[in-house]
Design a protein around this ligand. Sequence first.
Ligand code: ASP
Length: 339
Amino acid sequence: MKRILMIATGGTIASRPSEAGLTPQLSAEELLSMAPAIANFCKVETLQLMNIDSTNMSPDCWLKLSSCIEQRYVQFDGFVITHGTDTMAYTAAALSYLIQGSGKPIMLSGSQRSIWLRDTDARTNLQDAFRAAADSALAGVYVVFDGKVICGTRARKMRTKSMNAFSSIDWPEAALLREGRILHLLNDHQAYPQVRFYRNLDPRVFVLRLIPGMDTAILPKLAVVYDALIIESFGVGGLPCYESEDFVTALKTWTDAGKPVVITTQVPHEGSDLGVYEVGARAAGLPGVLQAYTMTIEAVVTKMMWILGLTKDPEQIKALFYEPVAHDLLKFEEPDERV
Ligand code: ASP
């Protein structure tokens, strides 16, 4: 039988009502006892790393998770992390950068309804996560939810209440689960040279969502506090130039300081393409300005935190940003390969 480590972090799956609203209270052992069928196909050990609403997840928590897996990596065949759904996509993306080339499955799961309720998605999701964690063909970091196995860099919470809360953004699901059986959709058997764990993140990354008429005065102020700026722009991407204000000029504080600026889009699918319109091409011409292509915002944020934890050199930042990691970026999106 495969040996799986269950790392519990909290979330709705482990929540019970309190006077102030739902809070995580159930332990890893209690969760496991509510899905007894798991013991039929794998041998589980549990570890309660934290018990929090995932609203309170932070880069420090991601480092704790990664280090917890690093310390036990050789002892187990796979890992299941139970987690709140609200920031699960960020954690999945962060772990995809912190743990690269894993030859073992690392599955995140949770639920929209607590496990103690009769009508809940928790037991199925938990059981599915263990099935996936026991399948060595699913090596790497994934979100397992509502019968889907979604690549960690491609997951996004799309629904606040329904059971089918997560989607895979601009990338196929790796597998589906139907009544405990795994149907592989991606033939993704890569050579896993050696797992690499990274131990540093720079959390000083800011996301600015553009709205029409936004004042540029915010840009230099943000540069005092943050090391990278991610601008969620419109459509395929561009920066506004109003009569009195030009975003491209206002970004000088960032580019002069050698701090990266990434342009992404508010549109959920198909990503950026700054070369299409003049408003985009002007921005793309600035040194230090990068674009996200189809990378999700969760992937862009955590990839930048990982990169800035390694280097502050603009050339190295650019090279690492455009280097695909765990399917976050498609090969044809790399600038040098574009026609
Ligand atoms: N607020 C909860 C959390 O993210 C929601 C959930 O788990 O579904 O921890």
